[in-house]
Design a protein around this ligand. Structure first.
Ligand code: SAH
Length: 467
C-alpha cells in the first residue's frame, strides 16, 4: 500500500515557494511532496488550490499572494509569458540573474558535492530584451485564417502572435512579413492532425553584425505553391534578406527541418561575426542564438584555456567550429569533433573563410573519436567540451581522466549535468578552479556556465590489480 498523499485534489492550502521548475512554475513542498504552481516565485507565501495530484508531484493554481517577492514585476501579457518562451518575464532581470546564479551554486554543492568551488557573479546583459537572432514558428489555420506563433506547452495548439520580446526586431519583422505574404498568397497551412496541407514552419535568422537575413520556408510537400510570387514579395518587403531557402519535411514528426533543402533565391548561407571570427551559417547549422553573450562566454572559455600558442587543443561538441576557431587564434593546433557531418563541413569552410590553417575537424561522436585519437597516441594539453543538455558521455569523461589534459574547460547549458560531470572529473584527479555563469537566455529558465578545471593528482578511484 502506498502512503496517502499529503494533499488532496481541490483542497486549498497555504504554501511558501522554494524554487522554480524548468517551465518557470513555483515549487512548494508539502511534507516533502512537491507542488508545482504557475506564477509562484521563490520566497513568496500564497494560498493555492490543488488541481491535480500525481504520484511524484502535484499541480496547483495560485489563488492569493500573501507575501510578494521583491523581484516580482507586472507583465503585459500572461499568454505570452506562459507560452511564448518568456517563462521568467514576471521576475525583474536582477531577480532572474540572482535566481540563475544561486541555481548554479546549489547544484554544484548538491549534485557535484563541490563545497568550496568559486562561483563568480553571473554575467548578464545590459539590455536583456530582443536578443535572439533566430526564430522558427509553427504555422496553422484558425477560422480559415493563417496563424503562426508558438505551441502551448504540452499541446499542439498554436497561439497566434505578432511579437516576441526576446527576438531581435529584424527577426520579428521577418516572421510577420513572411506570414502576411503567405496569407495573402493563400498558401495552405499544414494540419498536424490530418498530416495534410503545405506550410509547416517559417524560420528567420539574422546576422546581427552583418545585417544579413535568411528566411527558410518549411513545407510538407515538395511543391511550394506560388513559389515565385512568394520569393518576389519577400525580396521586395525585406530588404535585408540575402538568402531564401526551402526545406521539405514530409514526415509526421515534431522535428522542424526535413530531408530536402534547396535555395530558392540568393546565397546558401548568411554570414555573421563573433569577435573577429566570421561564420557562414546555413539553414541547418547550429549557431548560438544570443551573439552578444556568446562573445562573453567564448572570451571566458578562452581566458580559462590560458593558451600561450604552444598548446594542442581538442574542442569536443564543436558545432560549426565557433569555439575552435576562437581558440585557434591562440593555440598551436585545434582539433574539433562534432556528430553532425554538415556542421563539420561548415566548420571547415569557416576555418578557410578566416584563413585559419591550424584547425582540423572530424565528424563523429566525441565519446568515440576522442578515445580513438588517444589510443593512436594523439593527446592535447587543453580540452574544451560544450555538450548538449544531457552533458558528456561517461566514455568521454573516462578518456579525459586517462588522457589527463592539463586543463579542461567545460561550457555547459545545463548546470545539473555540469555538476554531475565535474564530480566525475574531480574523482578522476581534476580540481574545479572556478565557475562562471553567463546569462545567454534572459527571460527564460535556461542557464549557461563555464567551468575551469586543472589536473592536480592521480585519480581517487584506485582500480584493483588483476590477479
Ligand atoms: N560548441 C558549439 C556547439 C555547442 S551545442 C557552439 O558553441 O556553437 C552542442 C553540439 O554538440 C551540437 O552541435 C550537437 O550536434 C553536438 N553533439 C551532440 N551529441 C554529440 C556527440 N555525442 N558527439 C559530438 N557532438 C555531439
Amino acid at each position: 500500500m502506498s502512503r496517502p498523499l499529503p494533499v488532496n485534489k481541490n483542497e486549498y492550502i497555504d504554501v511558501v515557494f522554494e524554487d522554480l521548475t524548468h517551465d518557470g512554475a513555483g515549487v512548494a513542498k508539502v511534507d516533502g511532496y512537491p507542488l508545482f504552481v504557475p506564477n509562484g516565485l521563490p520566497g513568496e507565501k500564497a494560498k493555492v488550490k490543488v488541481i491535480k495530484t500525481g504520484k511524484g508531484y502535484g499541480i496547483g493554481r495560485l489563488i492569493e499572494l500573501y507575501e510578494k517577492s521583491p523581484y516580482r514585476v507586472e507583465i503585459a501579457s500572461s499568454e505570452r509569458h506562459k507560452f511564448g518562451g518568456c517563462q521568467l518575464e514576471h521576475i525583474s532581470y536582477e531577480g532572474q540573474l540572482t535566481y540563475k546564479e544561486n541555481q548554479v551554486r546549489q547544484v554544484l554543492t548538491r549534485i557535484g558535492k563541490l563545497e568550496d568551488v568559486v562561483v563568480h557573479p553571473i554575467l548578464g546583459m545590459n539590455n536583456p530584451w530582443h536578443y535572439r537572432n533566430k526564430a522558427q514558428v509553427p504555422v496553422g489555420e484558425k477560422d480559415g485564417k493563417l496563424i503562426a506563433g508558438f505551441f502551448k506547452p504540452r499541446s499542439h495548439e498554436i497561439v497566434d502572435t505578432n511579437e516576441s520580446l526576446i527576438q531581435l526586431p529584424e527577426v520579428n519583422e521577418a516572421i510577420q512579413t513572411v506570414k502576411s505574404i503567405c496569407s495573402e498568397l493563400s498558401i495552405p497551412a499544414y494540419h498536424e492532425e490530418t498530416h495534410k496541407g503545405v506550410l509547416r514552419h517559417i524560420m528567420a535568422r539574422y546576422g546581427q553584425q552583418t545585417g544579413e537575413l535568411m528566411v527558410v520556408i518549411i513545407t510538407r510537400t515538395a511543391d511550394l505553391p506560388q513559389k515565385n510570387r512568394l520569393v518576389e514579395e519577400i525580396i521586395a518587403r525585406l530588404p535585408k534578406v540575402k538568402s531564401i531557402v526551402h526545406n521539405v519535411n514530409s514526415k509526421r514528426t515534431n522535428v522542424i527541418m526535413g530531408e530536402k533543402t534547396s535555395v530558392l533565391w540568393g546565397s546558401e548561407v548568411i554570414y555573421d561575426y563573433i569577435g573577429d571570427v566570421k561564420f557562414a551559417i546555413s539553414a541547418l547549422s547550429f549557431y548560438q542564438v544570443n551573439p552578444v553573450q556568446t562573445k562573453v562566454l567564448y572570451d571566458k572559455a578562452l581566458e580559462y584555456a590560458g593558451l600561450s600558442g604552444e598548446e594542442s587543443v581538442i574542442d569536443a561538441y564543436c558545432g560549426i567550429g565557433t569555439i575552435s576557431l576562437f581558440l585557434a587564434q591562440k593555440a598551436r593546433k585545434v582539433f574539433g569533433v562534432e556528430v553532425v557531418p554538415e556542421a563539420i563541413e561548415d566548420a571547415k569552410r569557416n576555418a578557410e573563410l578566416n584563413g585559419i590553417s591550424n584547425a582540423e575537424f572530424a565528424a563523429g561522436e566525441a565519446e568515440v573519436v576522442i578515445p580513438k585519437w588517444y589510443k593512436e597516441g594523439n593527446t592535447a594539453e587543453v580540452l574544451v567540451v560544450d555538450p548538449p543538455r544531457k552533458g558528456c558521455d561517461e566514455a568521454l569523461l573516462q578518456t579525459i581522466i586517462e588522457m589527463k589534459p592539463k586543463k579542461v574547460v567545460y561550457v555547459s547549458c545545463n548546470p545539473a549535468t555540469l555538476a554531475r560531470d565535474l564530480r566525475i572529473l574531480e574523482d578522476g584527479g581534476y580540481k574545479t578552479v572556478e565557475v562562471q555563469p553567463v546569462d545567454m537566455f534572459p527571460m527564460t529558465t535556461h542557464c549557461e556556465a563555464v567551468a575551469w578545471l586543472e589536473w592536480v593528482c592521480s585519480p581517487k578511484i584506485i582500480f584493483s590489480e588483476p590477479k
